[in-house]
Ligand binder design. Sequence first.
Ligand code: ADP
Ligand code: TRP
Length: 331
Amino acid sequence: MTEAGPTEASRPKRFLSGVQPSGKLHLGNYFGAIKQHVELQNEGEAYYFIANYHALTTIHDAEQLRQNTRDVAATYLALGLDPKKAVFFRQSDIPEVTELTWLLGTVTGMGLLERAVSYKDKVARGLQASVGLFTYPVLMAADILAYGSDIVPVGQDQVQHVEMTQDMAEYFNNTYGCQVFRRPEYRLTKTAKVPGTDGQKMSKSYGNTIGIFSTGSELKKAVMGVVTDSTPLEEPKDPSKCTVFTLYGLFATPQEHEEMAAKYRKGGYGYGSAKKELLAKVDAFFAPYRERRNQLLAHPSEIDDVLVEGARRARAVARETLDAARSACGV
Ligand code: ADP
Ligand code: TRP
């Protein structure tokens, strides 16, 4: 039996997640992912990375990718990721992971990847069916297994990828009669899906987002553009059917949320007024984080230093896993 260092039973729980630098982060990303990531850094060993290799399956503009990467890093750091607690790095700074991707690919059947819903969805939406897009789950499995991750906090859309990772770990361990890889489990966020301005799931692919760091007229346009029904101002309204009310609940205290519900039910309260209250909440909630983010973006070398130091720590762990995997398969 070959034991990799990171599979020792005694260490604290290890959380790992990746975020693609593929566009501006929005309220869905904050309440569905970032908030939880920041909280988990106090509950165990947290590893978070910017999945720029995954983003290459959709972005082929170097300057845009660089900018997005810096933007995601500044966003996480501004929103409370503490690089002294969490290991925070760029995926591409860990060559061990791409090497591990090859080893896993050699024990993974085509059938497993052919069942990936995310791949089929992306191709159906018109993305180029590249080899990279097809083998995306193998790279993701390597990301997860390289650090001996116990828990992978992700959204519903990534659950299948974590299950495929479990399969790949098992194939490898069985093929070589070893215990190199630890079985990871996914963890879904408690926040159900955050609705976008059109009432569907907020997603950058649907163009219905409200950006975490939008301000001024941009923020106002997004919030005032939330789709509502045509109930006249004076009539009573059902708060549970209104996207403005749902979004307001993400920021308001339970009492404030209840007060708004009462105004809806009473009548004489228009959607325009509710939107103004929502706008004020979003603006005030992110104001201190916005300032911190601007400071960070004014000193990009500090962001870079954080990521380089994170990569140094992450590489040490990935190296041990890779050495054990190489030894198990005879290279
Ligand atoms: P997008 O749908 O905008 O492309 P991603 O797929 O990059 O967003 O999501 C990054 C993270 O944010 C994932 O963990 C995902 O589950 C979470 N997330 C994205 N949109 C929402 C949403 N509307 N509600 C809750 N969580 C979300
Ligand atoms: N595929 C994930 C997404 O699009 C990002 C990601 C890459 C990831 N590697 C990961 C998430 C490993 C969790 C663990 O959201």
